[in-house]
Design a protein around this ligand. Structure first.
Ligand SMILES: [Zn+2]
Length: 226
């Protein structure tokens, strides 16, 4: 799991003493946004800055907002007893991509473990809002956190060799391949679909009796994450 320190500059002092008993999930209600965008929006609300503790972007990158020990500004009445995670996107209008889902699960699990807690809620469980959106995979997240096996959803496009383009879904595939014993090259799961990943995909396809083309479509994805 890769967490990037955003080094946000907060206005006025943040209040400390957050005592997390739960994780509360949000969406940005914006198809594309960075942690700096959110910081600016929240500064314009007259707040000290970004009200969340983390932002998970669609490419699977995780950015810090407030320090975990700082009281959040994301869920009225629960800000002193929770960690607030925001997901880039508008989940009334779109589905969550696997790279983002996978990073979110890792982040939630690490937080629950560190605090010895188990509760995961949506913003709308507590406040009058539709956040994080009706297509947000809350049930799926709760099932997975509670230890049930959940398959990653096919991203909906073909993953092909392209060593110049970072793709969070490629990273998810590389991590899976590594986990089941396929070497993806010296750079490991870096999110770039280079020739070593291509070879690994072909070997996997051959071993599983799939069409051996080195392209990850619905069938290969399905076999990888079944
Ligand atoms: Zn929210």
């Amino acid at each position: 799991m890769n967490i990037i320190n955003s080094n946000l500059k907060f206005k006025n002092g943040l209040a400390y003493g957050n005592n997390p008993k739960m994780v509360i999930l949000h969406h940005a209600d914006s198809v594309r946004c960075s942690i700096e965008d959110i910081h600016q929006w929240h500064l314009s609300n007259g707040w000290s800055g970004c009200g969340y503790h983390y932002l998970v972007r669609k490419n699977g990158m995780i950015y810090t907002g407030r320090n975990e020990k700082a009281v959040g500004a994301h869920c009225i009445k629960y800000n002193t007893i929770s960690i607030g995670i925001c997901c880039e996107g508008n989940f009334n209008a779109e589905d969550m991509v696997s790279a983002q889902y996978s990073a979110l699960i890792d982040l939630i699990k690490s937080i629950l473990n560190r605090y010895g807690i188990s509760k995961v809620y949506a913003h709308k469980d507590f406040n009058s809002t539709d956040c994080p959106g009706n297509k947000f995979p809350l049930d799926r997240i709760r099932r997975e956190i509670s230890g049930q096996k959940v398959n990653l959803i096919y991203p909906g496009y073909l993953l092909k060799i392209n060593s110049n383009l970072f793709d969070g879904n490629v990273k998810v595939v590389q991590e899976k391949l590594l986990g089941i014993g396929y070497n993806v090259g010296k750079y490991g799961a870096d999110g770039y679909f280079g020739k070593d990943t291509f070879k690994a995909v072909r070997r996997f396809q051959k071993d599983r009796g799939l069409l051996v083309d080195g392209i990850i479509g619905r069938d290969t994805w399905g076999k990888l994450f079944e």
